[in-house]
Design a protein around this ligand. Structure first.
Ligand code: PMP
Length: 354
């Protein structure tokens, strides 16, 4: 820390993203990327004539992409906000809808960025414990006089709330934003989208990073009432009106057009998830019922940290978290069938070493 850093950031602990080794030598199952490349339309959209236009600023309203997303989700473009990854949606939302009068509440085990944003903005935040089986108890999310932030499915457990449970939480918070982070919703959970017309406190965040194979392009979006989107846009224009570059906008438009390709990939990932979960269970692992593109697994004979380290030595990267409640678990991204067979072979080997 330099002596110039504002005192308000002195205690800030930054978010630690998963490892991104640049040598590509690993079977990379640690940051929930898609194992499949972007669709053919994305390749075609990023032509050299578009590169030639990089001297020009992008459309700050992202009109074409917003229109396509609005048509895809049956809403109006005024219900859509684009951002540089869904992390930026979260950032804007914490800035816009929380303050000293309105704190924020989220589960004790969830996406590690939530407490970072809360601290960045000097917010007081409350965590509600997941139940023993790692499910969210909707009862915890009413009467707090706070903005509610929930990942559905939750991370890193992969466990999803039903639409009825989300609706109950929306009803319990008529005067507060309920942010539903649907980064992983395309792998088998229910989106809160059908509730959008009825609840002006609902804010949905989604991303192109997982089911749409565009983690490297950084593209996320919010779906909400016109007024909530307008508030987020005020923050966006006060931060970075050109938050999306020209190439990412084009890639996003092509990806929305190629919906069938991504839906087929999501189905394959769901099948590979079931295959891998069954194989891990046979090896003695306990797993949550994940509706995401990752598995959350623990083994009675293998502490999570040791498993993570030994897998890394064998060339397989998974994610391990320090939080004591989940330190015996690892989170494993669902890759291709071949990648999962590599993982399973390494796990079998590690188990024989015990
Ligand atoms: N929400 C959750 C629950 C996540 O796990 C992630 C991925 N790290 C994100 C949001 C952010 O993803 P991105 O910024 O790539 O859209």
């Amino acid at each position: 820390m330099s002596r110039f850093l504002s005192a308000r950031f002195a205690a800030l602990q930054a978010y630690t993203p998963g490892e991104q080794p640049q040598d590509m030598a690993y079977t990379k199952l640690n940051t929930n990327e898609s194992p499949y490349p972007p669709s053919p339309g994305v390749f075609a959209a990023l032509s050299s004539s578009e590169i030639a236009r990089l001297q020009l600023y992008p459309d700050p309203e992202g009109k074409r992409l917003r229109a396509k997303l609005a048509a895809r989700y049956g809403v109006s473009p005024q219900n859509v906000l684009l951002a540089n990854g869904s992390d930026e949606i979260l950032n804007f939302a914490f800035m816009a809808f929380c303050d000293s009068a309105t704190p924020v509440i989220f589960p004790d085990i969830s996406y590690g960025f939530y407490p970072v944003y809360a601290r960045l903005y000097g917010l007081s935040y409350k965590t509600a414990p997941l139940k023993e089986d790692f499910t969210i108890d909707p009862k915890h999310y009413g009467g707090n006089d706070a903005t509610v932030v929930l990942a559905n499915p939750n991370a890193p457990t992969g466990i999803a709330l039903s639409l009825e449970q989300i609706e109950a939480i929306l009803k319990a918070n008529p005067d507060h934003i309920v942010l539903v982070d649907e980064a992983y919703v395309d792998f088998g959970a229910q989106s809160a989208l059908p509730l959008l017309g009825r609840y002006d406190n609902l804010l949905i965040a989604q991303t192109f990073s997982k089911s749409r194979s565009l983690a490297g392009a950084r593209l996320g979006f919010a779906l909400a009432s016109e007024d909530v989107i307008a508030d987020l846009d005020t923050i966006r224009y006060s931060t970075n009106p050109y938050n999306l570059n020209r190439l990412t906008l084009l890639a996003g438009e092509a990806a929305v057009e190629d919906a069938a390709y991504y839906e087929a990939n999501a189905q394959t990932i769901i099948q590979t998830r079931a295959y891998t979960a069954a194989a891990l269970r046979e090896l003695g692992f306990a797993l949550t019922n994940s509706k995401a593109n990752f598995l959350f697994a623990s083994h009675p004979a293998l502490p999570g940290g040791a498993l993570y380290r030994r897998l890394k030595e064998l060339g397989v990267l998974v994610r391990h978290f320090g939080n004591p409640r989940i330190q015996n678990y690892v989170r494993i991204t669902v890759g291709t069938q071949g990648q999962m067979d590599t993982l399973l072979a390494c796990v079998r080997r590690i188990l024989t070493e015990q």
